[in-house]
Design a protein around this ligand. Structure first.
Ligand SMILES: C[S@@+](CC[C@H](N)C(=O)[O-])C[C@H]1O[C@@H](n2cnc3c(N)ncnc32)[C@H](O)[C@@H]1O
Length: 319
């Protein structure tokens, strides 16, 4: 049974604490939230928004049995070792398709936390694009089948993710019909006109207009404009700023900004704008760091939907 009034939560790979926002949205009171995260920019953003979160550092350094019987364990270990679309330094390494290597080692810290803390509920998330062998091995470790959910039901972004959980979720969230036009920020500085390179190479496809800035026929993924009346692609971890241009009609298009990307992840507007240093000083987060943190994060409303089934259980237990 869940704690009656306030939850105790253990969050591994906590990032910017999207799980914490989701608990608020699902109507839970949280007593203690223990976050394990090592990326300093993510920690600063989390600390600014939730100073009461205990920032506990590296997952490898902890014996999680001190959280024995905790209400909820959540986490999504880094997927860049496993996912097919990779960027950054890890991209230069080979994609891991078997349950060994760095990605697996990180995931196994979650499994260790599960066994050591014996939570009432757990949620583990990862990318839909991970190899089948790894997916099956995760299922074997966690002893529950994954549920595939696409964030486009609750946001303007296509984002297929797998969720392994013992929370008794039913079906999928209702489609809210949110489109790109619903997340656009009105900022004249972001509005641009076609130049000859765009004008002379553009091709209209089903989900976007592509063009060739290289002049070599590359049609790079960043040389695209999305439609106002459609969905946006999955928010990536890197070079996000170049990957969400929106066609406004005629020869006009719009570049993106962090608030739009926050909206694609159903984060509160401006959630990543500031960070809090350990010494209590506030820092304005650089745009690139904001994009990275958001792309790494969860779609908050999808997680809140999953948690809502835990609430039903809590309400039933309390009645
Ligand atoms: C996919 S992101 C998870 C983001 C998170 N769900 C959120 O709401 O923002 C994975 C996170 O794991 C963190 N990470 C990687 N190695 C770690 C370690 N050894 N200990 C703790 N966190 C780690 C990364 O810095 C990254 O923020």
């Amino acid at each position: 049974m869940l704690s009656e009034n306030e939850l105790r939560v253990l969050s591994l790979f906590d990032g910017i604490s999207c799980g914490r926002i989701a608990l608020d949205r699902a109507g839970f009171k949280v007593k203690d939230y223990y976050a394990y995260e090592i990326e300093q920019n993510a920690i600063k953003i989390s600390r600014y928004n939730y100073p009461s979160i205990y920032q506990c550092g590296d997952v490898f350094d902890e014996d999680f049995s001190k959280y024995d019987g905790i209400d909820l364990l959540i986490g999504g270990s880094p997927c860049q070792f496993w996912a097919s679309s990779k960027c950054s330094k890890t991209a230069k390494k080979k994609r891991e398709v078997k349950p060994d290597g760095e990605g697996w080692n990180l995931f196994m810290q979650y499994v260790r936390a599960l066994h050591e803390s014996k939570p009432k509920y757990f949620l583990y998330e990862n990318n839909y694009g991970i190899g089948e062998e790894i997916q099956a091995a995760i299922t074997k470790e966690l002893c529950v089948e994954p549920v595939l959910l696409d964030s486009q039901l609750v946001s303007a972004q296509r984002r297929k993710r797998l969720y392994w959980t013992n929370i008794p979720i039913k079906g999928e969230p209702e489609n809210r019909g949110i489109l790109v036009k619903d997340v656009i920020v009105n900022d004249s500085e972001l509005i641009k006109q076609f130049d000859d390179r765009i004008r002379n190479t553009l091709v209209k496809c089903e989900n976007y207009i592509k063009y060739d800035l290289s002049g070599k026929g590359h049609f790079s993924q960043q040389d695209r404009m999305y439609f106002l009346d459609n969905k946006a692609p999955t928010v990536p971890r890197c070079r996000t700023e170049t990957k969400f241009n929106v066609w406004l009609g005629g020869e006009t298009y719009k570049k993106t900004c962090p608030v739009e990307i926050e909206r694609l992840q159903t984060l509160p507007d401006g959630y990543t704008e500031f960070g809090l240093n350990e010494d209590g000083s506030i820092v304005k987060m650089p745009k690139t760091r904001r994009f990275e943190a958001i792309g790494n994060g969860w779609t908050v409303d999808m997680i809140a939907w999953i948690f809502s089934f835990m609430k039903e259980k809590q309400d039933a237990n309390n009645s």
